[in-house]
Design a protein around this ligand. Structure first.
Ligand SMILES: Nc1ncnc2c1ncn2[C@@H]1O[C@H](COP(=O)(O)OP(=O)(O)OP(=O)(O)O)[C@@H](O)[C@H]1O
Length: 257
């Protein structure tokens, strides 16, 4: 069976392909249940790699396969819902988090309708007011998840730019893992703006959403019970060795690639 995610011989160059290489001939496989830590010195290409995997950045050679299929076979917008990138600074997004959630829900709803003529679960909540109108059928409600991380509901109605770095990070994370359907979530230093206690709470809930690992890896992977309610795997950029040790099942150091 094809791996969950396969990166094959990926090469990415600076300046839209005309400059020097950021990484060259990089190959990786990610299986279900993994928290693959991406680390390495500043500027070595960690963010670029995640953006390439999300098909947001252009690479010059190589293939990225999700369950054996290229993004073009899924269609790029659908692929990006299956492989979701969570930016380091969501404060640069326009509008409010609630607008963002509505847009994603509406896209998912259209996708679901295209696949089936059955009414979507979000329709059945359409009379529940501002927040209920964007609720979906997933087992994780982003607003409730964010509330567990200390985010009050009213914050969802504020412009992204008015939220603190840590508030914006938690909301963006809750949307990425809470709005169902993402198979692989790409986390770009997801807890860099959080205090130590909140960081550990977020880490635990993220790892608990994964399915159990099929193969034993050297890392501890959080040592938390896995419920399999969220994405199938995480690619997680961090500069913190202690965090990598807590959550990671495997580490790739891009400095050495
Ligand atoms: N649009 C761009 N044009 C030219 N160079 C770019 C562009 N985007 C990124 N780079 C360069 O590519 C390299 C990799 O950048 P990237 O942001 O992926 O590094 P990183 O490992 O995530 O860094 P950090 O740890 O500092 O966040 C850097 O040298 C960066 O300056």
């Amino acid at each position: 069976m094809a791996p969950l995610l396969e990166i094959k011989n990926l090469t990415c160059r600076r300046d839209e392909g005309s400059g020097s290489s950021i990484f060259h001939d990089l190959s990786l496989e990610v299986e279900e249940g993994e928290v693959l830590i991406i680390t390495g010195r500043s500027g070595c290409g960690k963010t670029t790699l995640l953006k390439c995997v999300a098909e947001l950045d252009v690479y010059q050679t190589g293939d990225i396969l999700l369950r054996g299929k290229k993004a073009t076979e899924y269609g790029i917008p659908t692929y990006r819902t299956l492989v979701q990138y969570v930016p380091q600074r969501p404060s640069l997004l326009p509008g409010t988090p609630l607008d963002f959630l509505r847009t994603i829900r509406s896209f998912r709803s259209r996708q679901a309708r295209a696949r089936s003529t059955r009414p979507s679960a979000s329709d059945s909540h359409a009379s529940e007011g501002d927040y209920g109108a964007v609720r979906g059928s997933e087992s994780i409600d982003p607003l409730e998840l964010a509330a567990e991380w200390g985010i009050e509901k009213t914050m969802w109605k504020r412009e992204w730019g008015t939220l603190s770095g840590g508030e914006g990070q938690r909301i963006a994370l809750a949307v990425a893992v809470g709005v169902g359907g993402a198979e692989v979530v790409l986390l770009d230093e997801p807890t860099s703006a959080l205090d130590a206690a909140t960081m550990k709470t977020v880490e635990k809930s993220l790892v608990s959403m994964l399915p159990p690992l099929k193969t034993q890896h050297s890392g501890r992977g959080g040592g938390v019970e896995r419920k399999g309610t969220g994405p199938k795997a995480l690619l997680w950029i961090t500069h913190e060795a202690a965090q990598a040790e807590r959550v990671g099942t495997r580490t790739v150091d891009l400095t050495r690639q």
